[in-house]
Design a protein around this ligand. Structure first.
Ligand SMILES: [Zn+2]
Length: 288
């Protein structure tokens, strides 16, 4: 009898533990944006209330799977929206495994012509799994839980099926707004694209800028920084990469402008609370 009671009590406490985990992990009514440290590449998670998630790019390998496992509750196997900014390997590769392992409801992609293995496989999976597709171009606007809005600002035209010499120039640029704050995600858009974007007179103002092209000198013109006026600039870049990213001139430009610069090669994963814009880094979390 005594043993039975102990069994019941321990089963109940396990259950209570699971319920507690579910309660604390769901629905904070607030968004956070996590810039994953995936080495030399981009992968960003917008994590919202009601277990709503947007994943922007997948990085150069399968590190993104480990990151999603770390930040999503174990029972959440659905990603509501995946956005591919452009199909270069350091952005698309990890998404293949994401589509294999998670239930992805919708994918937004410019559908620009590209023939690398990862992108070809991604397109196959989209077909096989009948994932809903949205062609990303200026004017697309999605309303998301908790009064969030995601607006596509670039490319200006539909580039679906078209071939480009410089695929970076087709990067999907999106502005995410929630509450009082906004984030600008720029993929690897070069300076020419930035000028074009400025000339559209769309509002570029954002509290947080995902710095274009891993901080290379081919992106982030002074006029672009001025139009965005970011308090925080995040650079997703690999430690000791062969490209010399981020470029010194870009770091100087951003700090002269007064932006707080945070880099994944130095800080690890970067978490920004969308309510108060507090920046936490993987390293500061580990040392707590
Ligand atoms: Zn890139």
């Amino acid at each position: 009898m005594k043993r039975k009671i102990i069994t019941i009590i321990s089963a109940a406490s396990v259950l209570a533990g699971i319920l507690f985990f579910i309660i604390i992990n769901s629905d904070s009514d607030e968004y956070r944006v996590i810039f994953f440290d995936v080495g030399q590449g981009d992968s960003i998670l917008i994590d919202g209330p009601e277990n709503f998630q947007i994943l922007i790019d997948g990085g150069p390998d399968n590190t993104v799977i480990q990151k999603l496992g770390q930040y999503l509750p174990f029972y959440d196997r659905t990603i509501e929206l995946v956005i591919l900014t452009h199909p270069d390997a350091d952005h698309v590769t990890g998404l293949v495994e994401v589509l294999e392992r998670y239930q992805v409801k919708t994918i937004m992609d410019t559908e620009v012509l590209a023939t690398n293995d990862a992108y070809v496989r991604l397109r196959e999976l989209i077909r096989q799994k009948s994932i809903e597709e949205i062609i990303g171009q200026q004017g697309k606007e999605l309303r998301i839980p908790g009064e969030g809005v995601l607006k596509v600002l670039y490319p200006i035209e539909n580039v679906s099926g078209r071939e480009f010499k410089d695929i970076n120039s087709t990067s999907l640029v999106a502005r995410f707004e929630v509450g009082q704050h906004s984030f600008l995600f720029t993929g690897d858009l070069p300076k020419e694209g930035e000028s074009e974007l400025i000339s559209t007179r769309q509002s570029l103002k954002a509290d947080v800028l995902k710095v274009g092209h891993h901080g290379s000198k081919y992106s982030t013109s002074p006029a672009f920084v001025k139009a965005i006026d970011p308090a925080i600039a995040v650079i997703q870049v690999g430690e000791k990469n062969h490209f010399g990213h981020p470029d010194k001139s870009i770091l100087e430009l951003l700090s002269d402008y007064g932006s707080q610069v945070v880099r994944t090669d130095q800080a690890g994963d970067i978490l920004i609370d969308c309510g108060n814009l507090r920046v936490k880094t993987k390293k500061s979390i580990d040392s707590n």
